[in-house]
Write a protein that binds this ligand. Structure first.
Ligand SMILES: Nc1nc2c(ncn2[C@@H]2O[C@H](COP(=O)(O)OP(=O)(O)O)[C@@H](O)[C@H]2O)c(=O)[nH]1
Ligand SMILES: [Mg+2]
Length: 233
């Protein structure tokens, strides 16, 4: 099994970069241009879009596949996005220009080394551009998840990860605001090969779509629920 995964070498042609997009006209162009620049235009981009601004037009102009969906929250959009990817390696990102598309080559080479999931760890370098409340919250979520899982992870709520598509397809995803944590916790607890990779994190363009208090409570609840479900499997 390990031998088999090791011999399979993926390229940017095997990459789907997917995201939920909700009124991100300020940043969508830059994000898609970065993906094109870094992958020589070879990765496909998929946007699950709930916008009422020009985001979907800009995305199409940049060659992205746009799937329209009523806005129902982060996880509803991102679940649709990861399940719509038809290439073997699926990368998630936000489309607010916070995540470094320059890390795509490194993510791909870690997958080629045999990892099933590569998770961008924003806190490793300090995440100084993240609001302090979110930074503390994200560190706390990682600690809670680590204790409940019995495996140390450092950033459970990151939006940037690479997955082998089988991982996405073999697991049933249930969470909305907590989907990002779920996308890490279930693979870790099912003994997939998961690895965190430090990434830089930039200041957000445009307004956040997540209320820190309400969203934070939903994420904490998801972490506890998903960890217990996985222990009981
Ligand atoms: N389609 C869709 N995208 C969403 C929705 N909520 C958030 N997003 C997108 O999901 C990503 C993460 O949201 P964001 O506001 O950046 O959350 P933050 O990173 O916690 O501040 C962004 O690209 C948003 O545009 C939604 O209801 N529908
Ligand atoms: Mg964001």
């Amino acid at each position: 099994m390990q031998q088999e995964t090791k011999s399979e070498q993926f390229t940017f042609d095997d990459l789907s970069v997917v995201m939920g997009t909700y009124n991100e006209e300020e940043s969508i162009g830059v994000v898609l241009e970065d993906i094109d620049r870094v992958t020589d235009g070879r990765a496909e981009a998929i946007c699950v879009d709930g916008s009422s601004d020009r985001t979907p037009e800009i995305a199409r102009e940049h060659g992205a596949r746009v799937i329209e969906q009523e806005p129902q929250g982060y996880g509803v959009a991102v679940r649709e996005a990861v399940l719509s990817a038809d290439r073997p390696i699926v990368v998630t990102t936000d489309c607010d220009d916070t995540y470094p598309m320059d890390a795509l080559p490194e993510f791909l080479s870690l997958i080629n080394e045999g990892y099933d999931v590569v998770s961008g760890d924003r806190l490793y370098h300090g995440a100084r551009e993240m609001p302090a409340f979110n930074r503390l919250g994200n560190a706390t979520f990682a600690l809670i998840a680590s204790v409940l899982m019995g495996t140390r992870v450092h950033d459970t709520t990151t939006g940037m990860r690479a997955y082998r598509r089988e991982v996405i397809q073999q697991i049933e995803w249930t969470e909305n605001t907590g989907l990002s944590a779920e996308l890490l916790i279930r693979p870790v607890m099912r003994d997939y090969r998961v690895r965190e990779a430090p990434i830089t994190y930039r200041e957000r363009r445009g307004e956040t779509k997540l209320d820190p208090i309400e969203g934070g409570a939903a994420i904490a609840k998801s972490i506890v629920k998903v960890c217990f479900e996985e222990h009981l499997r």
